[in-house]
Design a protein around this ligand. Structure first.
Ligand SMILES: [Zn+2]
Length: 124
């Protein structure tokens, strides 16, 4: 690939690009993730994302020589930056009207609900 390096564009919240992506008329097929080539979940530069599966995302991570494995578990997920973790800790509701919001957050970040719960409990 010969891509011109472009700057990251910061969104207002993590993975805002997913919303912008859809608004631009693009689709995120079922089971696919919008992954950041630049590894910045806040980035909303369309040139910096690609559609991939969880597996692609993992391989992308591995090919870059980095991967994050949650403590005590050997299953890699879509990357969550420290900022994402902060966001989860801040917005996670343990006991809201409809129980906790782990499912929504998990969907938002493209990770498992268990991972969200773990992060919210500070067990990452
Ligand atoms: Zn970027």
């Amino acid at each position: 690939m010969n891509e011109r390096k472009t700057e990251c564009v910061k969104g207002r919240y993590p993975y805002e690009i997913r919303k912008l992506w859809k608004r631009a008329g693009k689709k995120i097929p079922e089971g696919m993730l919008l992954c950041h080539k630049c590894d910045d979940g806040w980035c909303i530069n369309f040139d910096h994302v690609f559609l991939g599966t969880h597996k692609d995302n993992t391989q992308d991570m591995l090919s870059k020589g980095r991967h994050w494995v949650p403590r005590g578990e050997a299953s890699p997920h879509c990357k969550m930056s420290d900022k994402d973790v902060e966001y989860v800790k801040k917005h996670y509701v343990f006991r809201g009207k409809n129980g906790n919001n782990g499912v929504a957050l998990a969907k938002h970040f493209g990770v498992t609900q268990q991972q969200i719960t773990r992060i919210a409990r500070g067990e990452r």
